[in-house]
Design a protein around this ligand. Structure first.
Ligand code: KG4
Length: 333
């Protein structure tokens, strides 16, 4: 089954062609990051406009690159929540029009379900049930993936997402947006014991997390140093900060895997590209005897292929949308 898939929830316009949920025929991505970099974060209006300008061309290019014709497309999948509402609307409306004109089913896909499904593209043997930590720019959630379309949130950040924390730490250090990769690079060789940051313990649910305190601690540390004219060990700061994020994520995930009795742990989302977090998860997998699945770097960030992968399983589960499909800024998994 051939699915044409659209993703436009934030600052990547992406169109992919995916076969049977597991094979990428093409994954076309246009990243707007450069356009937003000057503002230090995504400007929603600019994102929406840019999606409008590029989505049609990208769809055309995807069909050509996949070596298919319009008649080969069996269904259209689209990321319809959560995200920047104006941005999501562009993908949803384009997907609706495409499905209508081709006379094929339209499948709505939750963006985070898509991130989780990126792992199906990378690991043909991977099947639910498993535990998944989804860490991106807008979301940080620990999910019990009982089936391809049956998921339960075990815990989530109460405030900022891990990716937001990377982006703001980068900004205060004068690094470009998006900040995750530059912080990752800066932290290489840095002393992760150089600065000590608070680890948030959230009352009520052991799987809930919090990153706003860490973000504030980093910003305060940098501002204080600047006011006193003190030099910051930038590599040490990046390494210590990343350790703090990882120490919030990895032990909680291990604890949940043990409690639920899972021997498969999946990590997903843009922050899953982080080298320290990947290494810490690898170490935890070896120590605790679970199998670890982390997407290759190109499938960690937003892409259309992951929407096509999850779209396939939503289709099998009977999920369909009509031309009244709406876009949503927030939505339960
Ligand atoms: O999944 P994603 O592309 O978009 C959302 O769905 O939000 O995630 C983007 C986030 C950004 O905050 C970016 O800084 C972060 O992923 N990121 C990283 C790395 N690469 C991207 N964070 C830490 N280390 C990285 N290497």
């Amino acid at each position: 089954m051939i699915i044409l898939a659209f993703e436009s929830t934030c600052d990547e316009t992406a169109v992919a062609v995916v076969e049977d949920g597991r094979h990428i025929l093409t994954d076309q991505i246009f990243s707007q990051a450069q356009l937003h970099a000057v503002y230090g974060g995504v400007v929603p209006e600019i994102a929406s406009r840019c999606h409008v300008e590029s989505i049609s061309l990208l769809a055309q290019r995807a069909i050509e690159a996949a070596g298919i014709t319009r008649e080969d497309i069996d269904a259209v999948a689209v990321s319809y929540a959560p995200g920047l509402i104006g941005a999501v609307l562009v993908g949803v409306n384009f997907a609706k029009a495409t499905a209508l004109s081709l006379g094929v089913p339209l499948i709505p896909v939750h963006h985070i379900r898509g991130h989780i499904a990126a792992n199906y593209l990378a690991y043909p043997e991977l099947e639910p049930p498993f535990l998944c930590l989804a860490i991106s720019g807008g979301n940080t959630i620990l999910v019990d993936v009982r089936g391809y379309t049956d998921m339960k949130i075990l815990g989530a950040t109460r405030d900022d997402a891990a990716g937001e924390c990377f982006d703001k730490t980068a900004r205060v250090l004068g690094l470009p947006y998006p900040g995750g990769k530059p912080i990752d690079q800066l932290s290489q060789g840095g002393d992760d014991q150089r600065y000590s940051f608070p680890l948030a313990h959230v009352a009520g649910n052991p799987y809930d997390m919090s990153f706003s305190g860490l973000k504030t601690a980093v910003i305060n540390l940098v501002h204080n140093a600047q006011q006193k004219g003190e030099e910051i060990d930038r590599a040490g700061l990046a390494a210590s900060f990343t350790k703090a994020v990882s120490d919030s994520l990895v032990p909680r995930t291990v604890m949940a895997a043990k409690e639920l009795g899972y021997d498969k742990v999946v990590v997903a989302g843009g922050v899953a590209a982080n080298s320290r977090i990947r290494a810490d998860f690898q170490k935890a997998a070896e120590e605790n005897g679970f199998s670890l699945y982390v997407p290759p770097l190109k499938l960690c960030g937003d892409n259309g292929a992951m929407i096509g992968a999850q779209g396939y399983y939503e289709y099998l589960a009977g999920v369909r949308a009509g031309s009244d499909l709406n876009a949503y800024a927030t939505m339960d998994l």
